[in-house]
Design a protein around this ligand. Sequence first.
Ligand SMILES: CCC[C@H](NC(C)=O)C(=O)O
Ligand SMILES: NC(=O)OP(=O)(O)O
Length: 317
Amino acid sequence: MKNFTCVKDLGDLQVALKEAFEIKKDRYQFCELGKNKTLLMIFFNSSLRTRLSTQKAAMNLGMNTMVLDVNQGAWKLETERGVIMDGDKPEHLLEAVPVMGCYCDIIGVRSFARFENKEEDYNEMILNQFIKYSGRPVFSMEAATRHPLQSFADLITIEEYKKTARPKVVLTWAPHPKALPQAVPNSFAEWMNAADYEFVITHPEGYELDPQFVGNAKVEYDQKKAFKGADFVYAKNWAAYADPNYGQILSLDRSWTVDEDKMALTNNAYFMHCLPVRRNMIVTDDVIESPQSIVIQEAANREISAQAVLKRMLENL
Ligand SMILES: CCC[C@H](NC(C)=O)C(=O)O
Ligand SMILES: NC(=O)OP(=O)(O)O
């Protein structure tokens, strides 16, 4: 595996899960693999879990790590080709990317959708420039359309907690004051479809995700109906994808907030969220603090998913 940007890059999911659980048994058993190899992590957007878990995973493998927060310390980067650079950006991505590639062996990139140009977002313009020009293997730490390290950790977590072979997993939209990317729900849907669970997506009309990610999932506009018999409830906000509302907030309806009454409709479902979460917008205090909430265990598995991916990439160098 050269690059890691989506579920397909991992190949057989059962094999990948086996590798992940092997790592979880003893995460230091491969500590020689990354000796004298350097990971460069580049953030165009904020992060807590991805930043810490990926660095920890690299250290578990014996790697050196460097972290760059673009726009905080580095030069502001122009990303459009053909632009006359007489503004506030002293450097172009097309120079900065190959230079960064000189200093490392593997690159991780976080670059959210900007909601300025749907085509550029859904063609992964930033991530693909790193893949094309860095000269190094690249993995996504959440790009414009997917968050594969998160989704792999989500799958690991569901596999650890599921009580039946094919659990009912529900992805539910919930309100948020900001216009958040579709990367997490897109990616979650892609991995849940690949895992062949009973998968339902529920959201208000107008929040339909890109059909390439929805796949064969059932879309249910009645949240309570969707929750019936669920084994896992995965909550997340996202801004509208469909034109002409791309990147817009269409609803702040807090009747979509996940509360105890909704969870009572489920099959004693586990509650999941990728974090960070806005309490009492996405989910009530009581639900996220309940014994059925596994958001911390889910976050802890980010170290495992990152280590499984980095191990594959190191083995392929
Ligand atoms: C892991 C989530 C990152 C980001 N969240 C925010 C608050 O920007 C998102 O919704 O994609
Ligand atoms: N879930 C996740 O990726 O968290 P951060 O945005 O804090 O990295």
